[in-house]
Design a protein around this ligand. Structure first.
Ligand code: NDP
Length: 273
């Protein structure tokens, strides 16, 4: 059987084995998918050992996505631009192709699963960490009117804007001084949910039709979603759809078969896995 894995640290909480095993069952693909916790200073050795044992591909999660970009022999443009690799495919002669499917995962979730049109929308993104870096180019490719990046550490928002300004209308601000305007879509890309906290958002930043999307998923996103709904938001999503869609894109890259995502998204959203 072809072997796949997710490599991270910590990684025991990862839902990727459930998702990929469900995809394999659904599409009749014969494969294994395991969790590998690499030592913080041992990512490269861990990856080599998996590949030498015949591994065909892997997902890379925190904190190794940037290191994986350096290790890959060749990278897809979307990984180069994001500065991070979340998927490795082992090619002929063990040449490693690095890709990043996080951004397309978010776009597919918004557009395909929730029928949300990003074009001509004003988007506010809270946070400027690795996840935000991964979604920026695919978001800007959808031609929103404006993307504002608000971050606690202002310099990180400025750095992202410098990196991505060629791809669309994008500007930085501090998390606590966001320019008043109703944004159409507010994406929470901070890790505040894991700390049981909410970003402080003034009510002049959204209107009755604004959507809210937390990249965090499950219980950690509950506070943000409940708060958004209490403000009258018509839609408050968490990142489970993005997670499943990025996995589907990785699976497609490895196996050439695109799995259906609806059933697994529903199961994960209901907490039944
Ligand atoms: P990073 O650690 O790279 O970035 C964290 C971000 O949160 C930074 O912008 C940081 O601001 C901000 N932040 C953290 N604590 C606070 C605080 N107390 N007050 C204000 N801002 C704060 O994390 P990632 O970008 O990798 O992940 C962000 C979220 O996205 C996580 O919850 C993660 O689980 C989720 N995620 C979801 C995915 C999916 O498929 N759905 C994929 C990847 C990530 P500062 O720069 O000032 O420190």
């Amino acid at each position: 059987m072809d072997a796949y894995a997710v490599i991270g640290n910590p990684v025991s909480h990862s839902l990727s084995p459930f998702i990929h095993q469900a995809f394999a069952k659904q599409t009749g693909q014969n494969l294994t998918y395991e969790l590998i916790e690499a030592p913080l200073d041992g990512f490269k050795d861990c990856l080599s050992s998996f590949i030498n044992k015949g591994g065909k591909g892997c997902n890379i999660t925190l904190p190794f996505k940037e290191e994986a970009l350096q290790v890959a022999d060749q990278c897809a443009a979307r990984a180069e631009i994001a500065g991070a690799v979340n998927t490795i495919k082992v090619q002929n002669n063990n040449q490693l192709l690095g890709d990043n499917t996080d951004g397309i995962g978010l776009i597919r979730d918004l557009k395909k699963n929730h029928h949300y049109e990003i074009k001509n929308k004003k988007i506010l993104i809270l946070g400027a960490g690795g996840a935000v870096k991964g979604i920026l180019k695919p978001l800007l490719d959808e031609q929103p009117t404006l993307v504002v990046i608000a971050n606690r550490s202002f310099d990180k928002a400025v750095n992202l804007v410098e990196k991505f300004h060629d791809y669309g209308n994008i500007s930085p601000c501090h998390l606590f001084s966001i320019e008043n305007m109703p944004y159409d879509l507010i994406i929470n890309g901070t890790s505040l949910g894991h700390q049981g906290k909410l970003p402080a958002l003034q009510n002049n930043l959204f209107g009755p039709n604004s959507w809210f999307y937390d990249l965090t998923y499950g219980k950690s996103a509950q506070l943000f979603r409940e708060w958004a709904l209490s403000q009258g938001a018509p839609k408050a999503l968490d990142g489970i759809g993005m997670l499943v869609e990025q996995a589907a894109e990785s699976f497609y890259l490895w196996r050439g078969v695109r799995p259906e995502t609806k059933e697994i998204r529903e199961k994960l959203s209901q907490g039944s896995i």
